[in-house]
Ligand binder design. Sequence first.
Ligand code: BGC
Length: 566
Amino acid sequence: MVAERGLREGAWFRSAVFYEIPVRSFYDSNGDGIGDLSGVTAKLDYLSELGVGAIWLLPFFRSAWRDEGYDIVDHYEIDPSLGTIEDLDRLVAEAHARGIRVLGDLVTNHVSIDHRWFQEARKDRASPYRNWFLWSDSGKEFSRTRVIFRDLEPSNWAWDDAAGQYYFHRFYATQPDLNYDEPAVRAEMFRVARFWLGHGLDGFRCDAVPYLFKREGTRCQSLPEVHQFFRELRAILDAEFPGTVLVAEANQSVPETVQYFGDGREFPMVMHFPLMPNLYLALAEQDPRRLRHVLQATLPAPPGCGWAYFLRNHDEVTLEQVSDDEREMFLWIYGRHPKTVLNGGVRRRLAPMLDGEDGNVVLMTALILSLPGAPFLYYGDEIGMGDRLDLPDRDGVRTPMQWTGEANAGFSTLPPERLLRPPVEDAPYAPAARNVADQRTRPDSLFHRIQELIRVRSAHVEEFGSEGLLAEDVRVPGVFAFWREQAPARVLCLYNLSRAAVSGSIPLSPELRAAPVPIAGEVALERSESTLRYSLLGRRFAWVRFVRPVLGAPNAPSAVSGSESG
Ligand code: BGC
């Protein structure tokens, strides 16, 4: 199946709004209580209506389901609970027909203990698969490697009776790591990628990329070999599936994260893990300075590349990229409930973290929609879905999408108690209070406000899809301001992170003295000869567009200076 041309042209991924879907939680099309691929197909019109340009599906391969599909049992089969290969083909075709690209999730680091490769490897030292995994007699190697699921796993090594040795696992013990020093493993992963791209996928979000290679004495992350592997994968995509994209999940420090762009030769998109917790901290502090610092250190992405911004995803909010003090502050503000903290992070959804206030959700969403790169929205956040802290691990942020106000959220034909996971029940977030059907009918709903943001971003995609950002030093406490530009237009993006109303003024260079047009948000503007005065209520934002007069055009001012504000 070949994706429609057009869909993969240019840096399409910087213009699109991405939407993350845990397939099992989205819509159950066959009444078995589990969301499935045909369920996603059935809801494509909804995604189109929202304005989504690409979806990222959580792993849909045959799985042991001990880690939401990230524990693969067969890379070449669709898990029967999610549908068939024909269902996937139909989903891709229907999505493409609506201008929506489809990303899969490429899980390279590990497989399930139930995978045939591991089963063969553990029972026979002479098996060709033995070297596909990492074994040890002592379980003491790679001792500098941090344990990621630190609340759930004591070590990165697990003893296996059948093998008579320890095996290495970066995540759950049910997910043995593959040995990337084995050439057959690398070749197999390239084969897996080709297989699914051959089914029309427009690319992959690549899971846990920093960890593929292990070297004694290092922290076993972001080693040069990792970059080499993904450059090879990228070269395959460029040569055989042009215009497809790879998005790196690399939860690393700023300098290490930036390296995943590989100067334009590795990942076209990298998830902005260093920015994410700072967005919440800046909001709580009512002070954008930390955002300026992180963006200064990470922008612009190399030509042809873009950052992938996100507020929430299917995991906990990870706090590995902030200092100890910042982590403490974060947990004090956002992690007060005793059941909130998991692996040092916060397992909550966007709306409950933001006090259930639509205005906060709109502000934060507008912010990630306006930065250079692309936003990744998490399913249900566009209607302010809540979470369930009574569910284990990260299940509480993976509850059924709330389509209607019925007790089963309109997710399935089954009653709530027969669903894979129960829907949210807490009053302010229960399906009766927050659901798609209701929000569609109310013009002021969160759904419509997010939809409008996406519409405006898409209508001005030249500016918002451009590569850079011009910071504006407004010196008004709480206000974060920058410009997005693609000549002849410029959009001023203004965010008031403080709870108080603010006003200030921005000097306008002569070329920008054309009438400013507010295109989104709520702002009062007053333009004098050389400045723009603005007033924003607490926690409000505005996007204000200017079009520079074209020299020589009728009514163009005779002298246009080239000086830039900002
Ligand atoms: C995914 C998690 C998963 C882990 C192991 C992560 O980075 O986002 O959901 O548990 O990889 O595959």
